[in-house]
Design a protein. Structure first.
Length: 432
């Protein structure tokens, strides 16, 4: 199990398996020390073999713990320490620790739990089979074939082994769970912190863009006003055309500012739907007036196909619906110098739910977009590339805004295009 938190400059990674391994190696090292004390002070055992193996196990646990902290191969470390404990240390207890003979099954039960906790799942089965075979062979060889004595009647040894084994396991598991909980809480705190940073950054960006748009809009309005005054004067045709270019460029810049500001608000979640009663005919009339003004001087035919099943009064955010139509129509007009522009509107009413489902499409017979441009259109503002077509980036921003508004309304949008044939922007939404 891994949890990863990524911010612009920092990345936090938490591995539960590695953390459990760190804890268990420290616990095993502590158990080696504790077992040595018990063997020497309580059980009066003076076997040098046992103490040497406990010392080796202690050193091995510390070395493995340090290597694991340095991100060494955890799987290899786990197999190494498990093999030593199961194939060397536990058989030494069985052969030389006569006083523990009666509680040997309890110790092996604890060691099996250790195998499960330390090893990856794919290594548990084959390690378990090796350990089972090896220890069964040693038990039969020493206690059955060679007649080693087993003090099954020693109740103190049995009780001590039983209590010590299960107390150690309970302590280890509780410690592991507590440490896991602590680390999960730490990761969750980092996630909350990164979300707060991201939220504040989004709000700061929105405020900056709002202020910048206001600062830019003021001089641009002055430029537009001055150009309109200049156009009222008598001037040569060439100069008049240049002044008209200045005026159109100023309006285009204002439109870009509006789009950037709208995108910023949508991206930061500041746009809220305002549902009111409205008439769909009013929206369509405003859209067609805009189309009529934009098609002057173009050999462009406009056809509107509207469903007569649309209710006279609808309930929804009429401003956002109009913004969607305006932007999609603008894209088609931008790509089409001559030919046809079609607006299709279909409506399905649901009397039971009291809703009206709209399926709309804006189609044109313009130059369209290539397959490459169509794939890149939604990424044009996510990954900036100075080599990208600036016209494509303007189209992309409007499409992204439409898509985000429709998502806010619970609708969908799909864009299809064939280069040289035309573009089709279809979308759907519901109104009350």
């Amino acid at each position: 199990m891994k949890a990863v938190v990524t911010t612009e400059k920092r990345k936090y990674t938490y591995s539960m398996e590695r953390d459990i391994f760190n804890i268990l190696t420290l616990i095993l090292a502590g158990l080696c020390v504790f077992a040595g004390i018990i063997y020497y002070a309580v059980l009066k055992c003076r076997s040098g073999v046992i103490f040497v193996n406990l010392l080796v196990c202690f050193i091995l646990c510390i070395v493995v713990h340090i290597l694991n902290l340095k991100m060494y191969n955890r799987r290899l470390l786990a197999i190494t320490i498990v093999m030593y404990i199961e194939l060397v240390l536990m058989p030494v207890f069985m052969i030389f620790g006569v006083q523990m003979g009666s509680s040997t099954p309890i110790w092996f039960a604890g060691s099996i739990i250790g195998i499960i906790l330390l090893l990856d799942f794919k290594d548990v089965w084959w390690v378990f089979l090796i350990v089972l075979y090896w220890n069964t062979y040693l038990y039969f060889r020493n206690y059955i074939w060679n007649g080693f004595e087993s003090v099954i009647s020693d109740r103190f040894a049995y009780f001590f082994g039983y209590a010590f084994s299960f107390a150690s396991i309970a302590f280890a598991l509780s410690f592991v769970l507590r440490r896991i909980e602590k680390n999960i809480n730490k990761v969750e705190a980092e996630i909350d912190k990164s979300r707060e940073i991201e939220k504040n950054a989004g709000l700061a960006k929105a405020r900056f863009l709002a202020n910048m748009s206001h600062e830019i809009r003021t001089p641009m309005n002055s430029i537009i006003g001055l150009t309109e005054l200049a156009l009222r004067e008598d001037m040569e045709d060439g100069i008049r055309n240049e002044v008209n270019i200045i005026k159109r460029a100023a309006y285009d810049l204002l439109e870009i500012i509006d789009d950037v500001l709208m995108y910023s608000k949508l991206d930061s979640g500041k746009v809220k739907l305002v549902n009111v009663d409205f008439c769909f005919d009013d929206i369509l009339r405003q859209v067609l007036d805009s189309v009529s003004a934009s098609t002057k001087g173009k050999d462009l035919k406009v056809r509107v196909k509207i469903d007569h099943n649309i209710p006279k009064v609808l309930h929804g955010d009429d401003i956002r619906i109009k913004q969607i139509f305006m932007r999609l129509v603008y894209i088609s007009l931008f790509l089409t110098q001559n030919g046809r522009l079609m607006i299709n509107i279909e409506c399905q009413r649901s009397e039971d739910e009291g809703t009206a489902h709209f399926d709309c499409a804006v189609l044109d017979t313009g130059c369209g977009l290539s397959e490459y441009d169509l794939d890149a259109v939604y990424e044009a503002y996510n990954t900036y590339d100075s080599r990208q077509n600036s016209n494509l980036k303007g189209i992309s921003l409007k499409l992204i805004i439409c898509k985000k508004i429709l998502e806010l309304m619970g609708g969908t949008m799909d864009v299809r295009s064939i280069e040289g044939v035309g573009l089709e922007s279809s979308f759907s939404f519901e109104c009350g």
